[in-house]
Design a protein around this ligand. Structure first.
Ligand code: ADP
Ligand code: MG
Length: 704
């Protein structure tokens, strides 16, 4: 019999009906390959085969028995159908029950002999089998009973049993999968070959087999991730970029002209960046540092150097508010230098030349100035790199709070001679080491390790509900002294309430909303203060205006959603109050807190948690005890998984790889394997299957 090709759509297989197919597609399973790569989430151990007389409550068993009686009854109170059967073997008899599966009565007719596997429970002093799985023809190739049985991620109407029913015969009749991991790698790392691993992951004889198989699949994903990174790096290394030399005396001059002294880390990172820019291949660097560590000034110096060497610089921020702030920073520090600086955001364009006044201009005028190379540093949102905006010779791209820059995007910005601009990104998100090595492994990293001298640590407190009014009292005192406060809520509108939930449940689920809190604070608690709100549903003009007013000190208390999360610098704000803090990730809370503590005054962060559960308290408490953002990030990674950092639907990242991103050991092993493989065969010519796979992989994942 010919073997089934891996890419066969399941609907073309005999015995897979259309209803089955549509349910499978709900799980994202369309082809034979998808099905085989739909791995069990766990296993039931039903390997203990016993006689009925040997069964004990609380344990799981498989028994081979005859159906003596079977019937359906209705439990009126719970509106449920219960199938009850009496099973017997030569040692005794036991009752079995199933809920809401009346069809079982038609399958297990009296006299039927089958294997039954499940948990033995005790009711009214009598043992019974609770919803056992049954298998009529369990012989050597049993799949549901008498063994370790795979339990899969299920969907409505598609049970693990159904999936096993489908998967097992396919495993036997599918064409062999081509192994793409080099033999040497398999050997050195003790990994099962792929076809073997597939059997082991679905139908292991021992749990250790399943673990070995999982390790292999995690290994292969991480291996590919590393390989992809290294290949990207090498490819970029071969591209050319403008050499931007930084005259040492000039750098010194700029640095000593600043109103503060750079921290040691700032100096180091600046050197790393300038060294990279002086190379004739593109920089691909991430500048990482805690909130408030002073990344902007470092990027600003790099920008100024490039501008003075007659190259253009695009400085991009994720929001218009931040773009404005960066524009101001550049003008504040470097406005006097004789280089054109521009701001371009959706409806506004501004320019400033060394000795003229800063002024609003029409957008087309700015674009003309830019293409004539009279504007050297252009600040804005991502709109900067739209087609209509033409740089004359862009030498450096700086992006705030975005980690990566697409290869294609970058290519589109190449100059006339095909030279690619250097790329620098900045991030205050502390990225755990394992993620840095894998997901961001194509980037070089510069790290600002310390905060500028003289910053006072932010006093952080978890506030019990009964102390809420005290906290408000405290805020009042601060505002009366001229300080400002943020109040962060996880949502904009009050909850509608869900009719299916009990009042108690709704209360528990209730998260604070911006609108409610704004109402409450402005009317009830602080009628004498100026309280405003900020959230994503407001028009961008309105948001902009509000933020401007807050920065100027004309708003005392700003009630906001997470839109203020990144980059905002308002040194006079000293209070960060976070409502329903348990709703946010640790890394995110850390970011919020970083919005205060930026000036000379002592700052405070108050955390309110509605749930009050022990675990949420413990989690919040780590914000008080962690020494730095990295420690928190590692914790977050362990608790919440990589989704927190990468976004829940991280494009194309295989589930098993996501999970293994916690495993430093494996991350290191796979990296070494990837490096050695490329060393042995730089173009992967010796590993054609691997080459095919990595090409497909690099298309699957898009991590920008
Ligand atoms: P972030 O790294 O979060 O982007 P910023 O660049 O916004 O931080 O810097 C925060 C504040 O610290 C700014 O007001 C900036 O001018 C100031 N700053 C930067 N470097 C230093 C330094 N070495 N000493 C004192 N203040 C500094
Ligand atoms: Mg910043």
């Amino acid at each position: 019999m010919s073997k089934i090709p891996l890419e066969t759509p399941l609907r073309e297989l005999h015995g897979v009906g259309p209803r089955f197919v549509s349910k499978l597609s709900k799980l994202g399973i369309h082809t034979v390959r998808d099905l085989l790569w739909h791995f069990p989430s766990r296993y039931e151990d039903w390997s203990k085969v016993a006689k009925i007389s040997e069964l004990k409550a609380g344990d799981a068993f498989t028994v081979r028995a005859r159906v003596a009686e079977i019937g359906v009854k209705r439990a009126w109170k719970r509106r449920m159908l219960i199938v009850e059967a009496l099973l017997e073997d030569d040692s005794g008899s036991i009752q079995a029950t199933w809920f809401n599966q009346p069809y079982i009565k038609n399958v297990l007719k009296p006299g039927t002999i089958a294997s039954f596997a499940g948990k033995v429970a005790l009711r009214k002093n009598k043992l019974y089998l609770s919803s056992p799985t049954y298998e009529l023809n369990a012989g050597d190739s049993s799949k549901h009973t008498g063994r370790l049985v795979p339990i899969y991620p299920e969907t409505k109407g598609l049970t693990s049993k159904g999936l096993r029913f489908l998967t097992q015969p396919i495993l036997e009749s599918v064409e062999p999968v081509k192994e793409f991991l080099p033999e040497k790698v398999l050997e050195e790392h003790n990994l099962p070959e792929v076809n073997e691993a597939l059997h082991m992951v679905h139908f292991p004889d021992k749990l250790s087999e399943a673990q070995d198989a999982r390790r292999r699949f995690a290994f292969e994903d991480l291996f590919l991730l590393h390989l992809n990174n290294i290949i990207l790096r090498l490819a970029l290394f071969k591209k050319s970029s403008p050499k931007i030399d930084a005259p040492a005396h000039r750098v010194k001059e700029i640095v000593s002209g600043l109103p503060f002294e750079l921290t040691a880390s700032q100096k180091e990172t600046l050197d790393e960046i300038l060294d990279d820019m002086a190379e004739s291949h593109p920089m691909n660097r991430l500048l990482q540092g805690d909130v408030g560590s002073g990344k902007t000034i470092i990027a600003g110096i790099a920008a100024l150097i490039a501008a003075e060497q007659e190259f253009q610089v695009a400085l991009m921020a994720p929001t218009e508010i931040l773009a404005r702030q960066h524009y101001k920073t550049v003008l504040k520090f470097f406005g006097e230098t004789n280089k054109g600086v521009g701001l371009l955001i959706s409806k506004e364009a501004r320019v400033h030349y060394g000795n003229s006044l800063e002024e609003a201009v029409a957008k087309p005028a700015l674009i003309k100035e830019l293409s004539a190379n009279r504007i050297k540093i252009l600040v804005g949102t991502h709109a900067l790199i739209q087609k209509s905006v033409k740089f004359d010779n862009l030498g450096l791209i700086i992006i705030d709070e975005q980690h990566r820059f697409g290869v294609a995007q970058r290519g589109a910005l190449a100059d006339k001679k095909g030279k690619l601009p250097h790329f620098l990104s900045m991030s205050a998100t502390p990225i755990p080491r394992t993620l840095m090595m894998t997901v961001f492994g194509d980037l070089d990293v510069s790290l600002i390790k310390e905060l500028p001298k003289g910053r006072k640590p932010i006093i952080t407190k978890i506030i019990a509900p009964e102390n809420r009014n005290k906290a408000y009292g405290f805020i009042k005192g601060q505002v009366q002294r001229g300080r400002q406060a943020f109040v962060i809520c996880p949502r904009i509108d009050p909850s509608e309430g869900d009719s299916l939930l009990t009042a108690e449940e709704t209360k528990k689920l209730e998260m604070k909303s911006v609108k409610e809190e704004h109402e409450k604070l402005s009317k009830r608690f602080f009628p004498d203060f100026k309280v405003a709100m900020l959230h994503g549903k407001m028009a961008s003009k309105e948001k902009e205006e509000t933020m401007k007013e807050f920065a100027a000190g004309r708003i005392d208390i700003l009630v906001s959603t997470s839109v203020i999360e990144v980059g905002i610098d308002v040194p006079n704000a000293t209070i960060m109050m976070i409502e329903s803090a348990d709703r946010f990730g640790l890394a995110q809370l850390y970011q919020f807190r970083g919005r205060v503590g930026r000036g000379e005054h002592q700052s405070f962060c108050f955390l309110f948690a509605e749930s009050g559960s022990g675990t949420s308290y413990k989690r919040l408490n780590s914000l008080l005890t962690a020494k730095n953002g990295f420690e928190l990030a590692e914790k977050d990674l362990a608790i919440r998984g990589p989704g927190e950092f990468l976004g829940e639907e991280q494009a194309g990242m295989p589930d098993i790889a996501m999970k293994s991103l916690n495993n430093l050991e494996l991350v290191k092993d796979t990296r070494k394997a990837a490096e050695e493989t490329l060393k042995a065969s730089p173009s992967l010519r010796d590993f054609p299957e691997l080459k095919k796979r990595i090409n497909a992989f690099s298309k699957e994942i898009h991590l920008e």
